[in-house]
Write a protein of this length. Structure first.
Length: 94
């Protein structure tokens, strides 16, 4: 996959995740102070993911191995955030 395509795909996924996060915060009536902390953590994580995606796309192409490393980093960040805020991950089929 070309580097530009990959970075734009990651940007789209980040935007969808942010929208989903905002809907969840609103639905659960999370206090404003906690919301600001969660959003700050999300922004930091998104920055880290963007950096990893741009690093993978630096040579103009993204290999399967590079994409896999970025996905692993995303899962690691997501797992840490869920643990920090006491959220259980929803699994399809459960």
């Amino acid at each position: 996959m070309s580097g530009d395509q990959y970075v734009s795909r990651i940007e789209g996924r980040i935007a969808k995740a942010e929208a989903r996060l905002n809907r969840a915060l609103k639905k659960r009536n999370v206090p404003a102070e906690v919301q600001s902390q969660i959003k700050a953590d999300f922004a930091k994580a998104a920055s880290t993911i963007r950096h990893a995606a741009k690093k993978a796309a630096a040579d103009g192409k993204v290999s399967k191995q590079e994409a896999k490393q970025v996905r692993q980093q995303i899962r690691k960040i997501k797992k840490a955030a869920f643990k920090k805020y006491g959220v259980k991950a929803k699994r399809k089929g459960n």
